[in-house]
Design a binder for this molecule. Structure first.
Ligand code: HAM
Length: 421
C-alpha cells in the first residue's frame, strides 16, 4: 500500500516550530489589544456567493483558486447549496458585521482574526494552498468616523509597531490610492485605451490580462514589459478631489507618527473590493512571494453584499511568511559577529585593534573595519557582518565611552568600554 501524505500545498506544523507560531500569535494579540481590537472567529466555509459578490467574480481568487463544492441536500425538497472554503476573511467578517447588526450601536467595530485560508494556487516558497492569516478590520457607520484617513494611518502605524515588536527588520511599506468606486472604471477604461496599441508587444500573460483585467497588467514582473507598463496612465491622475485629499491626509498622518512609506502608483491589489487606500508590506528576504501582508480600504463592500453603508479598512498578514522571515533572520543572526568596530580615522586603527583584542578575550565575536573607510561604507559593511557597530572616534578613544548602534532595533546608545561585553 502506498503511504499517505499531506495533500500538495498543505503541511504539518510541528514542534519546536509551533513555538514560533505561538509567539507570533501572542505578539499579535498583545499589540492589537493595545489598539482596542477584539477577536472574531468566523466559519471556515461560507456560501460561495459571499466571495463571488464580495471579492469579485473576475478576480483570480474567485475565478480559479477557490475550493468549492455542492453540499448534498438533506431532503428532496431542499436545494443543494454551493459552499466554499474561505480564500480570505474580510468578506466573512463583513457578513458577520451585517448579520449581527454590529453597526447599530453607532460605534466603530475593530475586529481581528487568526486562522487558515484556502486557495488553489501553484505551491512554492511562501505560497501554500492552506495558509494562515492574521488580519484585522475596522468597520462602522460613517458617523463613527469609519471613513476618516486617521483610521488608515492608525492601522498602518499598528502594523509597523507589530513588525518592529516581533523583530522583523527591513520591511518596506508600499502604499497607493485606487480612488472611489467611480474613479476605478474611468481608470480601467483609460488603461484599456492605452494598452490597445501596445499590448501585442507584451508577454502572453499580459496580453490576456489586458483583455480580461487590465489592472493586473500593472502587477506584472515581466522584465521586458516594464517600460511599456511605466508609460501607462497612472491611477493618481484619475482620482477625484475627495480621494486625493483623503490620500494626502493618510500620508500626512504617517509622516507625523514617523512611519516610513513608499508611494507605489502600480499597487492595485488583486481583490475587487478596494477603494482609496491600498497597501502592502514587503520583505526582500522572501523572494518572489515578497508580500508579508496586504490590505486596504473597502468602502462599498458591505453594500455589495446586501448590508448598510459601512466603510472599512483592514489587512491580512501571511503568517507563514512572517515565520519564514523570522527563521531566515535567526539563521543570519547566528552567523553574525557581535560587533563591528569602525575606526573613524586611519590614526585610530591601532586603538581599534586594541579594543578588538580586549573584546575577543571576553569571548565576543569581533570584526574590525579600517580608518580609511567612509562612514557610509563602514555602516554598509557592518550591517552585513555584525549585529552592532561601534564607532571609534578621537573622543571615544580618549573617554572610553563608545557610540554603539544596534542594527536590529536601529537604536544608537553610548556605552562605557568596560560594559561592552
Ligand atoms: P491578500 O493580499 O490576498 O489580501 O492576502 C494577504 C496576505 O496573505 C498576503 O500578503 C500573503 O502574505 C498572504 N497570502 C495570500 N495568499 C497566500 C498563499 N497562497 N500562501 C501563503 N500566504 C498567502 C487579503 O486576503 C485581504 N483579505 C486583506 C484585507 C483585509 N484587505 C482588507 N482587509
Amino acid at each position: 500500500m502506498s503511504t499517505l501524505k499531506a495533500v500538495r500545498g498543505t503541511r504539518d506544523l510541528l514542534p519546536p516550530e509551533t513555538e514560533l507560531w505561538n509567539r507570533v500569535e501572542r505578539t499579535a494579540r498583545e499589540v492589537f489589544s493595545r489598539y482596542n481590537f477584539g477577536e472574531i472567529r468566523t466559519p471556515i466555509f461560507e456560501d460561495t456567493s459571499l466571495f463571488a459578490r464580495g471579492v469579485g467574480e473576475e478576480t483570480d481568487i474567485v475565478s480559479k483558486e477557490m475550493y468549492t463544492w455542492e453540499d448534498r441536500a438533506r431532503a428532496q425538497s431542499e436545494k443543494a447549496q454551493s459552499l466554499t472554503l474561505r480564500p480570505e476573511n474580510t468578506a466573512g467578517v463583513v457578513r458577520a458585521y451585517i448579520e449581527h447588526k454590529l453597526g447599530e450601536a453607532g460605534l466603530l467595530q475593530k475586529l481581528y482574526y487568526i486562522g487558515p485560508q484556502f486557495r488553489r494556487e501553484r505551491p512554492q516558497k511562501g505560497r501554500y494552498r492552506q495558509f494562515w492569516q492574521i488580519g484585522a478590520e475596522v468597520i462602522g457607520p460613517t458617523s463613527a468616523g469609519s471613513e476618516s484617513p486617521l483610521r488608515d494611518a492608525e492601522v498602518l502605524e499598528m502594523l509597523a509597531s507589530f513588525l518592529d515588536e516581533l523583530g522583523i527588520s527591513g520591511w518596506r511599506l508600499e502604499i497607493n490610492s485606487v480612488g472611489s468606486a467611480l474613479d476605478r472604471p474611468r481608470y480601467v477604461a483609460a488603461l484599456r485605451e492605452a494598452l490597445a496599441p501596445v499590448k501585442h508587444l507584451m508577454c502572453e500573460d499580459n496580453q490576456r490580462r489586458a483583455e480580461t483585467n487590465p489592472l493586473r497588467v500593472l502587477d506584472s514582473k515581466d522584465p521586458n514589459d516594464q517600460e511599456l507598463i511605466n508609460n501607462l496612465p497612472k491611477i493618481a491622475d484619475y482620482l477625484d478631489e475627495d480621494s486625493k485629499a483623503h490620500f494626502a491626509a493618510v500620508l500626512a498622518a504617517l509622516d507625523a507618527c514617523g512611519v516610513p512609506y513608499h508611494v507605489n502608483p502600480r499597487l492595485v491589489r488583486g481583490l475587487d473590493y478596494y477603494t482609496r487606500t491600498t497597501f502592502e508590506f514587503t520583505h526582500g528576504g522572501l523572494g518572489a512571494q515578497n508580500a508579508l501582508l496586504g490590505g486596504g480600504r473597502y468602502d462599498g463592500l458591505s453594500e455589495n453584499i446586501g448590508g448598510p453603508k459601512a466603510p472599512g479598512i483592514g489587512f491580512a498578514m501571511g503568517e507563514d511568511r512572517l515565520i519564514l522571515t523570522l527563521q531566515a533572520q535567526a539563521e543570519q543572526q547566528a552567523t553574525l559577529a557581535d560587533y563591528y568596530i569602525a575606526p573613524l580615522a586611519a590614526e585610530l586603527n591601532p586603538a581599534a585593534l586594541e579594543l578588538a583584542r580586549e573584546l575577543r578575550r571576553k569571548g565576543l565575536r569581533i570584526e574590525v573595519g579600517d580608518g580609511s573607510f567612509r562612514l557610509k561604507k563602514s555602516f554598509e559593511v557592518a550591517n552585513k557582518l555584525a549585529k552592532k557597530i561601534i564607532l571609534l572616534g578621537e573622543d571615544e578613544a580618549s573617554t572610553g565611552v563608545l557610540t554603539v548602534k544596534d542594527f536590529a532595533t536601529a537604536e544608537q546608545t553610548k556605552v562605557a568600554r568596560a560594559e561592552l561585553a
